[in-house]
Design a protein around this ligand. Structure first.
Ligand SMILES: [Cu+2]
Length: 168
């Protein structure tokens, strides 16, 4: 096998790994600032289980996670968590709604608050392949389901490419 072909195979394997990484869970970024209007954030951003959200901000802003009542009232007594590092990341590991607001000044009542809704990616667990080909996989409405399928194909490709490399 030629060197160029070896390089091509290696490149394919790397591309496959990169593809896998992107299928793992998305990171959403929120530019967190006073006077921002985050009321429609969750209707324009779909957060699936396994996704992360990173808040990016400067002083004096904070990211406090609040109860629903605290969020509605902009009350920061006993927040679930509080951070002012400038970059705060949350990972959403189950469906539901979580509430975040800035504790600086009256930023919260001015709109620096966001309710993040996490939805299940609702993909059925992968069905084992039956020897005779079996039934086609359940159709998933989520596009993420397609990504998972692609990831599986890519695993096969990576293994195949590895075997080719080993055989060189
Ligand atoms: Cu603020």
């Amino acid at each position: 096998m030629s060197l160029a072909l070896k390089a091509l195979v290696a490149l394919m394997a790397m591309a496959a790994v990169a593809e896998l990484a992107t299928a793992a869970g998305k990171t959403h970024t929120i530019k967190w600032a006073a006077g921002g209007n985050y009321g429609d954030w969750s209707s324009t951003n779909t957060v699936l289980v396994g996704d992360s959200v990173v808040f990016m901000y400067g002083s004096p802003h904070t990211v406090d996670e609040l109860s629903e009542a605290g969020y509605k009232a902009c009350s920061f007594d006993g927040p679930v968590s509080s951070d002012q590092s400038g970059s705060t990341t949350f990972t959403f590991d189950k469906p539901g709604t979580r509430y975040f607001a800035c504790a600086a000044g009256s930023h919260c009542s001015q709109g620096q608050k966001v309710a993040i809704i996490t939805v299940s990616n609702s993909t059925a667990p992968p069905s084992p392949q039956s020897p005779n080909g079996g039934s086609p996989p359940k159709k998933s409405s989520a596009s993420r389901g397609g990504a998972e399928l692609a990831a599986k194909l890519v695993v096969g490709l990576t293994v195949g490419a590895g075997a080719m490399l080993a055989a060189l």
